[in-house]
Design a protein around this ligand. Structure first.
Ligand SMILES: [Zn+2]
Length: 110
């Protein structure tokens, strides 16, 4: 294991903060859509509903990533961080730099 766990923690913390602040912004946007609905016509109401559905999908994928991040912190504590959970090989640092919460190597991710 030659992964720097301090760097891993930093990356995960940073990513988590990004996700949480994005989530705050989008929940404000969702509230705004709800208010606008009362004063707009049918067509833009459908637009607004579509936007809401998209925002909800984005929110779900953000929540999923937050869960992966929490799991990654648990793997750091268990001294398993950076090991592929399928084959046990070490995940290349370049991959972890892009997404610090991945739990499989590229070969197993397919
Ligand atoms: Zn693997």
């Amino acid at each position: 294991m030659n992964i720097d766990l301090d760097i891993a923690r930093q990356r995960l913390t940073q990513r988590k903060e990004e996700l949480v602040s994005l989530s705050d912004i989008s929940s404000e946007a969702r509230d705004t859509v709800a208010l606008d609905q009362q004063s707009v016509g049918r067509l833009s109401r459908m637009d607004a509903m579509q936007q809401q559905a998209m925002a909800a999908a984005t929110e779900r994928s953000r929540n999923a990533e937050l869960q992966r991040i929490a799991a990654a912190f648990a793997r750091i504590d268990a001294d398993e961080y950076g090991d592929c959970e399928r084959c046990g090989e070490q995940i290349p640092d370049a991959r972890l730099a892009i997404d610090p919460s991945v739990s499989t190597c590229i070969g197993c991710a397919k």
